[in-house]
Ligand binder design. Sequence first.
Ligand SMILES: *Cc1c(COP(=O)(O)O)cnc(C)c1O
Length: 363
Amino acid sequence: MIPFLDLKKINNQYTKELEEAASRVINSGWYISGTEVGEFETEFAAYCGNKHCIGVSNGLDALKLILKGFEIGVGDEVIVPSNTYIASILAISEVGATPILVEPDIETYNIDHNLIETKITKDTKAILVVHLYGLIAEMKPILEIAKKYNLKVIEDAAQAHGAIYDGKRTGNLGDAAGFSFYPGKNLGALGDAGAITTNDDLLAEKLRSLRNYGSYKKYENVYKGYNHRLDEMQAALLRVKLPYLDVENDKRRKIANLYLENIRNKQIALPRLLVPQEQHVWHVFTVCTEKREEFQRFLLEHGIQTIIHYPIPPHKQIAYSEWNNINYPISEEIHRTIISLPISSVQTEEETFKIISVINSYR
Ligand SMILES: *Cc1c(COP(=O)(O)O)cnc(C)c1O
C-alpha cells in the first residue's frame, strides 16, 4: 500500500535530532514561553524574511489573532475564497466579522482577483488570501486592490510554507500571515502548533500580549486576551525540522514534475503550473476527474491511497446553513471532481512511477 501520507516515515528521517530536542526540553524544566519558542520565532522570521514571528497554538488561532489584532470584528466584512479549507472562514466568523466568499479561478484554485472589487463595500476591512494546495495566490493585483480601498491583506499560509513570489516568501507578502504546523503540513510539528509573521511592529507587540491572556507583564491584563501560546516542546521539534523545509519542498516539486510529465489519461485533468516553480510547494497534488469515486476505488484496489481536499464546499456545510441555498458554481465544480494523489518528502521514485502507471492504465 502506498499511503497518502506517512507521518512516521517523515519524522523518522530526523529521529535522533527530534529525540535530542525533546530531551533538551524535558530536562530544562521549562515548558511554556521559554527559550525554544523565542529561538524558533527568530529562526522562522529569518526564514520567511519577516521582522517578527509570534508562535501560537495552531493555524486557526493564528488567523483569529491577526483579525483581532487589526480590530476586525462585528459589522466588518472580510473577503475570502469560497473554496478554501473551512478554517480560513471560521477565523472570520469567530471574531464576529462577516466572511464574504469570492469564487476561485478554475485554473489555479486560488481566489479570482478579477471578482474581488465587485464584493467590496464600505464595511470591507481585509482580504484573507489563501495559498491553496501550496500555490501562492496572484498577489500583485490583490495588493493593488487592497491599496486602492485601504484594506489589510492577510495571508493564510497554512499550506504554503517556503513558497516564493517575486523574491519574497509567504508570510512576507501582505500585512500579516497565519501559518499552521499541523503534523501533515509542509512544515509539521508533532502536535498542534502555528505562527504569525508580520513586519508591523505595533501588531506584533499586541499579538504577543493577545496570545498570552492579553498580558505583557504577568498578572497585568491590557486586553481581554486568549491562551493561544506555542509550547516549548513543539517549538523545539519545529527547530529541528525547519532547516530541512527547502529540501523537502524540492522533493515535492520533483514528484509533482514526474506526475505532470508522465500522467497521460484523457479522463484525468492535471493541474497546470503557469508560474515559476518556486511559487508552488505542492502541499497537495490534485487532479480532476468526472467519475471521482470510481477512480478513487480503482487506485485503492491497486494499493494507492488518495484523499479529497475537500469533499464539501464551505457554503454547503451545516455549520453555514445560512449559505446553503447560495450557488458558487466554480467551487462546487472543484469540490465535485477534485482528488489528491500521494505526495511527500519520503515518497520514492519507484512509488511515484507505480502511481503514474496505475493512473495511465485506468479506463
Ligand atoms: C490547516 C489549515 C488551517 C488551520 O490550521 P490548524 O493548525 O489545523 O488550525 C487553516 N487554513 C488552511 C488553508 C489550512 O490548510
